[in-house]
Design a protein around this ligand. Sequence first.
Ligand code: EPZ
Length: 418
Amino acid sequence: MAQVLRIHGGARLEGTVAVGGGKNAAVAIIPAALLADSPSVIENLPDIEDVHVLIQMLRWLGAEVEFIGGVMTIDPRGVDKSNPPYELASKMRASYYLSPVLLGVFGHSAVPMPGGCDIGARPIDQTIKGMTTLGAKVDTLGGVINASADRLYGADIFLDMPSVGATVNSMLTAVSAEGYTQIHNAAKEPHIVDLANFLSAMGASVRGAGTDVIRIRGGRHLHGTNYAIIPDQIETGTLMIAAAATGGDVTITGAIPSHMESLSAKLLEMGVSVYCEDDLIRVRSGGSFRSVNVKTQGYPGFPTDLQQPLSTLLTVARGTSIVTETIFESRFRFMDELRRMGASIRVIETTAIITGVDQLVGARVNATDLRAGAAMVVAGLMASGVTDIGGVDYILRGYEKIDQKLNSLGAQIELIDV
Ligand code: EPZ
């Protein structure tokens, strides 16, 4: 029996909602806990599918893992394998972060290659470059990242582009490499800084995360630690966009306003009111928007993961907006679904030209990836009539209780069997 998210459009979102822990921080920090020789306690973790798959993988490897109420206890002392199974690793992209971790623990690892997905090929050549620069032998025969090293040693890594995954994997390799590593052209996303802070709490020497050069003095003894991860930047942004899209008045608590500056600036340009305090963001809108141009960039630029929800909002902005996607080569597939709801969009390679229409009209649509799913939810909220969204697993996999959170603000979303 298939399921769809059914959304009765048109309700204004009003009230207060708390944002959950960061998915992309969680999937980097949980594997890192295996580098310690004692247990860690990690708090503010989102209760999402990717976290549950990681728990299964860690237990398969021999770790003891408890996860209750967003708090995870990981005891790595029983880990005695370095080759997580394809059946588990293939369920989520970030499982390849285990490759440098298990290499550091055992001197070898065999972790299945991450899959591509609907947003592009997603090669991992820069990850391999980082690991081999620090002395590892790496091949990808048989769809597995086979890594081995008698000894890892610090060196200068020059990434060809500020890849998040390659930065994470270079950091996770460097903490096990004797000596001094500098990662040049590093990604600066909030979850990179969060990983650096977690590694430092474990006793690693990590400097410069959040800048272009991350400096790590590796080979140090790492112990377990207590840590609370950052809130989810993309969930925060999606809630901000949903609030604006419905002409609502929503306060998002537990957020970090400084992580949201590129989106806040765009929403302000569109005529949306964004008010920030220490850990909350209030978004108010009258329901009409100026068109704007958006170009996705690595942090602190406009995040590619928010391109799809914002493009959805732009379908009803007054005038024409130009959206340029510079990070992934095919992150516009969801626009076919928006056209089914009446959007007027022309796509030319990695540029979308969006001409505002009065209102979208509910239809049966599909989520083609996690963030496209969020975009479809935003579309359903602001459309007239009923929208049925297929591919709900994508949405529920990456956004903890997103339907419940939106319904608590006045949305009318139900999960139904079709
Ligand atoms: C991370 O993916 C995120 N995933 C993505 O979020 C996010 O969209 C992306 O960073 C950009 O912010 C996680 O953190 C688990 P990249 P990642 O390496 O690491 C090219 C979500 O929905 N590239 O920064 O794969 C690559 O093809 C996901 O939560 C290479 O060419 O992103 C892409 O075009 C979607 N070679 C660009 O760089 C490499 O070795 C940026 O990729 C690595 C990347």
